[in-house]
Design a protein around this ligand. Structure first.
Ligand code: AMP
Length: 177
């Protein structure tokens, strides 16, 4: 079981990064604290212990960090959703809007099996645009996305409205910019 810990104590907040008006919630301060990092992975295992999850998919780059130990510890495949142009095999991609800018996410077609129930993971959910693009890519190749996980959530950016129909779970939510 995950030990009791106030995750907020381990999240560095940086105003005006990467541009003015954005409060950046930094995961590196979780990663440099083994207890806090372990807590996040333990909580993920607890939350999804009773759900039927066949694979975990993660968003580059900070989603990888949390999905990888989860994949190893729960013995499920890890699927990488990368920035465009990084994956060498046959891919599909989708463009989306960020809280600050525009981006595209790409998926190896052969990394996903039809009917696979995939838990989708990122470090922080802001508008939900990244996860929606990722979810649509996974569904395009025949997977199901029954659950979405983020270590942190910014509900005031309305990700629940973007990611309708899928339960979204976060470990900590921030309701201010
Ligand atoms: P979104 O598509 O709007 O949900 O944006 C989520 C992605 O952008 C995640 O991969 C986050 O790592 C990053 N991100 C967006 N806003 C912030 C923020 N305020 N602090 C830290 N990371 C952020």
């Amino acid at each position: 079981m995950a030990e009791k810990l106030n995750l907020d104590d381990y999240i560095r907040k940086i105003p005006d990064f990467p541009k003015k008006g954005i409060l950046f919630y930094d995961v590196t301060s979780i990663l440099t604290n083994p207890r806090a990092f372990q807590y996040c992975v333990d909580r993920m295992r607890e939350i999804y212990a009773d759900k039927k999850i066949d694979a975990v998919a993660a968003i580059e780059a900070r989603g990888f960090i949390f999905a990888a130990p989860f994949a190893v510890e729960t013995h499920v495949p890890l699927i990488l959703l990368r920035k465009k142009g990084k994956l060498p095999g046959k891919t599909i991609h989708r463009s989306y809007e960020l809280e600050y800018g525009e981006a595209a996410v790409e998926l190896h077609v052969d990394d996903v099996k039809k009917g696979q129930r995939v838990l989708l993971v990122d470090d922080l959910i802001a508008t939900g645009g990244t996860l929606l693009a990722a979810k649509e890519l996974l569904e395009e190749v025949g997977a199901e996305v029954p659950e979405i996980f983020g270590v942190m959530g910014l509900p005031f950016l309305n990700y629940e409205k973007t990611l309708t129909g899928v339960p979204v779970t976060t470990l900590i939510e921030y309701n201010h910019e």
